[in-house]
Design a protein around this ligand. Sequence first.
Ligand SMILES: Cc1ncc(COP(=O)(O)O)c(C=O)c1O
Length: 454
Amino acid sequence: MSLATSLRAPLPVLGHDVQVPLANGEKVGYAALDYAASSPALQRVWDDVAAYAPYYGSVHRGAGYLSQLSTDLFEQSRRTVAEFLDLREGDQVVFTRATTDSLNLLAGAVPAGTQVFAFETEHHASLLPWAHAGLPVTYLRAPRSHAEAVAAFDEALTGAPEGPKLLCVTGASNVTGELWPVAELTRTAHRHGARVVLDAAQLAPHHRVSVRELDVDWIAFSGHKLYAPFGAGVLAGRADWLDAAEPYLAGGGATRTVAREADGSVAVQWHTGPARHEAGSPNVIGVYAIASACRALTEAGFDALEARERALVARLKDGLAEIPEVRVLNLFGADSDRVGVLSFVVRGWNSSHFSAALSAEYGIGVRDGLFCAHPLVRTLLGDEEAAPSECGAPEPSLPGERSLNAIRVSFGAGTPDEHVDRFLTAVRELVTDGAAWTYRNEGGRCVADTRRAG
Ligand SMILES: Cc1ncc(COP(=O)(O)O)c(C=O)c1O
C-alpha cells in the first residue's frame, strides 16, 4: 500500500457496515457521526479482546495460570498506556471507569483546601467534581482567544492565596472541538506553583499527547471515546498527591494489611501506587482494550491520522460555510484549530428536530442538546432561542431559562469521507426542502412519525 493510500484510508471499525431503517422503510448504511459521545470500537481492539477472552482470569488475586496471565496482561497494559501518553519517570497510571471517574478520583485526592481553577467552558465532568468534593473553585469566564485564556488564568493566580492550586482544563472542547493552549496554561500554572490536570477525553482519540512535553501534572481520558468501549478509563500523572490521599474506594486490592486490633477495631495499611486507588476486581478486558487501542493508533501514526482528520474538518467547514442558514459555534474564531468535533445551529430549525430528520431520513447519527457543557453552549448561543417545532421546544434546564439546544457532528479515525459528504448533502437538502416527514415528541425526544408529511 502506498503512503498516500494509507493516509487516506479510515481505520477499520465495527459497525461500518450496519444498515439502519429510514422513516420511508428503506435501509441505508449508518453514518456514525457522534464519535465525541462514544466512538465505535476499532476492529483491532475487538479482535484483541476476542483473542484474549478465552484466557480471561482474575487479576492480582489468583494462583492459576490464567490469573497470572491476566495479571501480566493488566500490568503490561499499564506500561503501554504510560508509553502512549509519554509519561515521566515516577508518573502513575491508575485505571478508572472513564474520565468522569478519573476527575472525581483526583478531586478527592488533592490536598484539603486546594484552590481549583476551571474555565466555565468545561464539560461538566471537569467543571463539577471539585466543588462536589468540597474544594474552593474559581470559575473563569469563557475566553475568546488563547491569549485571553492564559491572561485570565495568570491574573486569577496572581490574586490567589498561598497553598496548593490546581487548574483543570480540557485539551479539545467537546462542543466546538477547538484545541486549548494547554502548554501555555501549564507554564503559567507552574510559574505560580499551581498544578494542572488535562481533560483529554476529546484530545487523546485525535492527537498525539505527550505528558512530558505538555508538562501537565495529570491527564484523564475514557476508553469508550478511544475506540475501546469496555468500561475503563485512565488517570495518569504525578504520584505524590495520589499516594498521600485516602484511597478512592475502600476494599480488596487497595490494602497491604488489615488487622484486628485488641480494642476490636480494624487497622488498615493501604498500598501506595496505582493499587491504592484501584480497589475491587479490576476491569482487565476494559484495560486491555485501551492498551490495544493505544497500540493501534500509535502504529497507524498520529501524523497520518491528524492529517486525514484535518482534511475532513476542512471539507466539513467549507461545506457548512456555503449554507447561510448554518451557524457554526466557535469560541476562538472560525479558523481556530479543532479536532473532528463541530457544533452548529440552523436558522429556523429546532436542533432536536433537525437531528431527528438527519437520522430518520438519512441514517446519520449526530447528537443534539447542550452536550454536558451547559454554560459553554449558553455562551455560544447567546440570544439564540431554540425554534419551536412539531416536537415542541426542548425543556429549559432551569425554570425561567431560555430553551436552547444545538447540533454536534463528530468523527475520527474510522470515518469514511462519504459520511461527511452525505452529512453535508443532508444538511443542504433539509435546509432547502424541509423535512420529508412529520415528527412527534416521544418521552422528550423528537422522533419520526409514521405518517408522511404534507
Ligand atoms: C471533554 C470531556 N470531558 C469529560 C467527559 C466525560 O467522559 P465520560 O463520560 O467518558 O466519563 C466527556 C464526555 O463527553 C468530554 O467530552
